[in-house]
Design a protein around this ligand. Structure first.
Ligand code: C2O
Length: 346
């Protein structure tokens, strides 16, 4: 068995940027998680109403008020509480900077730049969404997605300019309205008119999801296993851009590591993170539909790899990749939108 899982008692300090030797960071929980009672993931009740995640830029004020109150409560919880916003942000830090060792190994576990990118982030925002919902006692609450792949969504959505969605650690150059995002930004400014940028973005999407991602590994990232020769370092097309590129585009230039959004350890401190990842999660599903929903990977080393998250009852849950391959079973879905870029073949 060469699946991946963390050793919960191994949490240690790590580096802001796991690729470059850089500033040490520490994001481990205040208690030893391996002492906690662990439960296996169970699907939500199939009768539960489907939570439909919708476009952030189209949300109405009632929704925004609900989300605002849930997020404010989450931000006010003490750090000891695993449901708190700060702890959730640190879960991302732990798994994305290599703070845990892999089970039975001294190697660091990192969920980025491999085929765990999509399923791990799906799990992460799934629990985040359900915690938010429980804090306002509303089973229908859903996250929103930043629909940056459609022209009307190519600026930072309005709601993120107000508390509690506001984050002061964001780019000074990019987020002011109506600056159009650059979906393959690589820290170099390119002067394009809004129209040029929009059609460039659609072409980027077409390449990253359609023409450049015909094989499983191109889209999902490299095959990462434990054991000999298990490590790999190869992000899928969409993880490179728009994922990484938009993280860098949102982060603040005057911070050394482009905090918050521009660096793994701090990225999830910005509430826009969850809308960014909801869109990535949606696009994973679009890519699967393009392949007629054939199972992308049947390797048990992927399917049986597992990670741990706290749920809305603060229980530590062990969840496998195979548990998150069907959104309906997880009782959520996405509002149908036009993916204009599907027709943006150059
Ligand atoms: Cu784990 Cu967008 O990052």
């Amino acid at each position: 068995k060469f699946g991946i899982s963390p050793n919960l008692s191994s949490c240690h300090s790590s580096f802001a940027n796991p690729v470059l030797v850089s500033m040490p960071v520490y994001c481990c929980p205040p208690n030893i998680e391996s002492d906690e009672q662990i439960i296996d993931f169970e699907f939500p009740d199939p009768s539960e109403q489907l939570r439909i995640r919708k476009r952030a830029h189209m949300r109405d004020s009632d929704y925004i008020a609900k989300y605002a109150s849930a997020l404010s409560i989450m931000k006010s919880l003490p750090y000891d509480d695993p449901r708190s916003f700060a702890r959730q942000a640190d879960v991302h830090c732990i798994y994305c900077t290599g703070s845990y060792n892999k089970k039975h190994s001294n190697e660091f576990l990192n969920v980025h730049r491999s085929w765990f990118f999509f399923p791990w982030h799906r799990m992460y925002i799934y629990f985040h969404e359900r915690i938010l919902a429980s804090l306002i006692d509303d089973d229908t609450f859903s996250l929103s997605f930043w629909n940056w792949d459609t022209p009307a969504g190519m600026v930072m959505p309005d709601m993120y300019f107000q508390e509690p969605f506001l984050d002061t650690e964001r780019s000074d150059k990019h987020i002011h309205r109506p600056r159009v995002v650059n979906l393959d930004y690589n820290l170099v400014e390119i002067n394009r008119t809004s129209e040029e940028q929009i059609s460039h973005n659609l072409a980027v999407m077409y390449h990253q999801v359609v023409s450049g991602a015909k094989k499983m590994e191109l889209f999902m990232g490299c095959i990462y296993k434990s054991g000999i020769n298990g490590s790999c370092d190869g992000a899928g097309t969409v993880e490179q851009a728009p994922h990484d590129s938009l993280h860098g585009w949102v982060g603040k230039e005057s911070n050394r590591y482009l905090e918050h959004m521009g660096v793994f350890y701090a990225a999830a401190r910005d509430p826009i993170f969850f809308a960014h990842h909801a869109n990535l999660d949606r696009i994973w599903n679009v890519w699967e539909e393009l392949r007629n929903n054939e199972p992308e990977i049947v390797d048990p080393d992927w399917l049986d790899s597992y990670f741990f998250f706290h749920n809305e009852k603060s229980q530590l849950v062990r969840i496998k990749v195979r548990d998150v391959l069907n959104m309906t079973k997880l009782r959520y879905g996405y509002e149908k939108v036009d993916n204009l870029w599907l027709n943006a073949r150059p």
